[in-house]
Write a protein that binds this ligand. Sequence first.
Ligand code: 48C
Length: 272
Amino acid sequence: MMTPWFAPIIWEGTYNLKILNEQFRLRNVSIGLTVFAIKKYMTFLKGFLQTAERYFMTGHRVNYYIFTDRVEAIPKVKLRKGRKIVPLKIQNYLRWQDISMRRMETIRNFSQQQFIHEVEYLVCVDVDMIFRHPVGVEILSELFGTLHPAFYFAERDIFTYERRPDSQAYIPPEEGDFYYAGGFFGGTVAEVCKLTEMCHKAIMMDKEKNLEAVWHDESHLNKYFLYHKPTKILSPEYLWDDNIISPKKPKIKRFLTVGKNHSAIRNKRRAV
Ligand code: 48C
């Protein structure tokens, strides 16, 4: 339940949400949820938002920061009190790898210019997901990452870290704490700003050398968390994928992958 550096690992039953909600309500906490819905991934946004309204940070102030190339396509979803949708138009990229990696640059830029003035915490997630159980203030901390569902039972030597020494995401064979998922991380705006800045710089240094880390932004996130330990770690309850054959499944799956067949929706021209 605790890492060697005393960061709690969050599982169902290890915390009292009533107490935590009271603490965060007293602080009138505000949370920004960043999500990218570019090109075909816009199809996931309605289910994402509807289930977020039901399960994400219920009772607290939430800004949904929706980054998209098609602001007019953002679905109308009825929101509870204290919650709002903030459409943010950004350019798209041809390759899905670039769309995924450029999220670091975009989150960094908007954190510095806008989010720092609007919310206290940022939660940065993938869009091809739905919420199925409550995801609340138990996740909030200075800096948090999520154990990747495919590796939380695995030994370090099969973690799919970047292993080429030339890449900025390189992790040597004898190093590494956990394998973190690229689809769910966050923290205070200041900490997320530092994380996304470092990851973006690393991605661009690799690009200079015509290098692209094996799992793109996720590789750089794992490198960052190795040398900047998260203050809280979310169990795979917080990012589950039923396509993964796993020796044990978590008691509850709070946030579930729905994007099954990536190739079918990636790199396709938008339907005219
Ligand atoms: O918004 C898009 N559009 C794309 O064409 C490709 C990726 N993306 C964003 O990047 C979505 O927010 C995706 O969730 C994220 C990359 N993550 C995935 O594709 C799977 N969840 C691994």
